[in-house]
Design a protein around this ligand. Structure first.
Ligand code: T46
Length: 137
């Protein structure tokens, strides 16, 4: 799995609605240890601005939409999440920012590890050094 990429989920739809199943070892490439979700988000209040040392995650907008900025220390790209049929895989040592939340956005995140503040890299220069070391090694 690349360090950040969009994953298309199969949706099982019928006259009752849509159903998407997420399974460790199936469409989720890690064992899920934690799930969290964000609500009450606002378009002009971005979140994130950090990377993780070890954590892998998949973010899904189960309702609404938002825009991610993903930075591997060498280049930045953006990814919109607009449908619950798509997830955004984010590996470790990727700087992420979340912007432009729609008012109805519910952002759910599947995580490979339990919450650990020591895993966060919240300083951009520290992140750049770690990312540069990884690329040269
Ligand atoms: C990430 C992006 C996509 C907890 O106590 N447990 C948890 O599982 C999480 C995720 C957070 N927290 C606490 C830590 C902070 O005091 O909740 C507060 C808000 O967390 P933070 O400012 O890190 O939230 P975001 O939206 O900037 O980042 C979150 C995740 O923390 C992060 O891992 O990749 O969403």
């Amino acid at each position: 799995m690349l360090s950040a990429e969009t994953i298309e989920f199969q949706s099982i739809g019928d006259s009752r609605g849509e159903l998407v199943a997420l399974e460790s070892g199936g469409n989720v490439p890690f064992a899920i240890k934690r799930v969290y979700y964000m609500t009450g988000l606002s378009p002009d209040t971005p979140r994130g601005f950090h990377a993780h040392r070890k954590l892998e995650q998949i973010a899904v907008c189960v309702a609404g939409s938002c825009r991610f900025i993903l930075d591997n220390g060498r280049s930045r790209k953006q990814a919109w999440l607009r449908t619950p049929r798509q997830g955004l895989y984010i590996g470790n040592i990727i700087w992420r920012e979340m912007h432009d939340f729609s008012h109805d956005c519910v952002l759910m995140v599947l995580a490979s590890e339990l919450y650990d503040e020591a895993d966060y890299i919240r300083d951009y220069d520290t992140f750049r050094s770690l990312a540069a070391g990884r690329m040269s090694g």
